[in-house]
Design a protein around this ligand. Sequence first.
Ligand code: GLU
Length: 286
Amino acid sequence: MVPMSVTTRFAPSPTGYLHLGHAFSAFNARKRARDAGGRFLLRLEDIDPARCRPEFAAAIVEDLNWLGLDWDGPVRVQSEHLAEYRAVLDRLAAQGLVYPCFCTRSDVMRELSASAAAPHAPDGAPLYPGTCRRLSPRQRADRLGAGERWALRLDMAAALRPGLFYEEAGEGRIACHPEAFGDVVLARKDAPASYHLCVTHDDAVQGVTLVTRGEDLRPSTDLHRLIQALMGWPVPAYAHHRLIVDTDGKRLAKRNRAVTLRDMRERGIPPMEIIERLRAEAPPAP
Ligand code: GLU
């Protein structure tokens, strides 16, 4: 069920130039809002300093303007809100739901390769074997005191809440299984907060009522729903859309060098032509 007053958002990460798949996402989100007389927001998820670049952020704004996909209000830029994410982590820490993890990626891989099964979380990350969860308070204090770098992980067994679900447009109630993520990282050693934490926080503070995004992000919704429950945040409805594929049937992705909106502009393709293609691909409103 879609709420009466709809607020949607497009929340790209400025790690590359937008391609048609992003434009489809933005188009869908904006259409859902405009059709309902609601608001459409733009948010730049630039929380990962290693992968995000200011020139890509500027290009996102420029490319959306070129396509005529205008949004309401100021652009929210995640890197300008680090204190808010820190406060969320502090609240989770006060409830005893996070712990510092000193493991490097290779520590995790080594430990996993020693066990027969190497299960993965729904987002493809290897499931953390819980090494640092088992540290004694003394060991933890020593390692923190020695200045070792650490990430913050959710203690899933402690955090898990039963019976969570969300509403998916056109499908109804979807039961959540956030435990499949295990002790997920909520703040990385090299990034102040994770995608999962920031996206959920921002959807709440921005009053997003309908999260529209690609089907590839659907598995993460179970975890986002748990974070909402832990923090007492409102729960938006979700509308995950299929991904646009190229002529070989492969999904468009920055890493596959999908044709970007910039390339199309340089080739003289009129924005209306792109919008018409997006309109033809767009799912009907439920
Ligand atoms: N920033 C995420 C990405 O670019 C999308 C976040 C979302 O729509 O939930 O993949």
